[in-house]
Design a protein around this ligand. Sequence first.
Ligand code: NAD
Ligand code: WQD
Length: 338
Amino acid sequence: MRQKILVTGGAGYIGSHTCVELLAADYDVVVVDNFSNSKPAALDRIAQISGRSVLWHEGDLRDRALLQRVFSQYAFAGVLHCAGLKAIAEAQREPLRYYQHNLEASLTLLDAMAAHDVRRMVFSSSATVYGEGARVPYREEAPLAPNTVYGRSKMMVEDVLHDLVQSDPSWHIGILRYFNPVGAHPSGLIGEDARGSVNNLMPHLCQVAIGKRAELPIFGHDYPTPDGTGVRDYLHVMDVAEGHVKTLQYLATESGLLTLNLGTGRGYSVLEVVRAFERASGKRVPSRYVPRRQGDLASYYADATRASSVLGWHAKRDLSEMCADAWRWQSNNPDGYI
Ligand code: NAD
Ligand code: WQD
């Protein structure tokens, strides 16, 4: 009998790649997703890659009746909680919606888990919880001071999980703070289907290369970094997916709370990413310097040693592989999932 894992937001970017890794590790996967930022087609592609299907239920995590039905139907061994909203600027404009989808949805899910005695969860958090004050490279014990609504919504869920474990140590909780996941599954069948106004670097680069946008705006070139552009810790989404499976496996026997950075431990500047992308895609990407984007920090990257010492996890794929895989996905699927 395979263990069943609930993946919330499993049709999304991180969730879909994680489903592929879960299936490869011989788990059964059940997805709950409201498809607010994804399409069911992603789940067909996962099946195409894996040769095994994913069970899924369309619905919102805040719907208690839906969760009651789903948790009654399957005996889950654990939950990967990837569902959530993630657009920084949108969150500043619509804080209530973000707290509803990120915080309220998590509370409703935890309630259902407790009611059905499912106490193993991996939560998708973000390096954005560290905020400006922390020293680079960011270590997990650094104080949290997010400077955005989105970041605070993630920190609030982390606080809830912390309090939950304090009150009842029989929970097995993993908090994964991802740095900048990019790239796609090497098949080119699943990837980041960026909809609406694209704000992140890699999807924007892909859209310029495919001809959907004229040029890449480079937000600031007067930062105190080697070439003046912002520095981030980009990591391949398949490494992120593997990190989830390893954390889930670790939590099968270890209770309490485990908080880990998922990053490579090194940073690349915007210009370095642009050059790597041009090499990988064979496309020239016109770019233009524009003023700094509000809220951006100059440079940050992970101290990734804890994930290595606790899980034996480290990011294996380099920047050229991240760019080549992102481009394969984009060029094979110019309009995303249709
Ligand atoms: P995504 O938008 O591609 O996937 C999120 C999925 O959750 C989507 O399929 C969406 O339809 C679903 N969803 C949203 N609200 C829901 C709700 N209330 N009920 C049911 N389904 C809902 O985003 P992603 O990049 O895959 O991110 C996954 C998680 O990782 C998010 O929690 C995000 O905050 C976090 N994260 C992402 C990044 C990143 O750069 N992609 C970095 C750090 C953390
Ligand atoms: C990367 C670098 C930009 C676009 C965000 C969230 C973080 C996490 C990952 C969810 C920066 C520069 C970007 C462009 C550019 N998500 N840039 N031109 O801001 O590091 O992180 O996504 O949790 O929480 O904050 O990622 O990809 O937007 O930017 O010059 O068109 O690229 O200034 O230096 P960011 P990003």
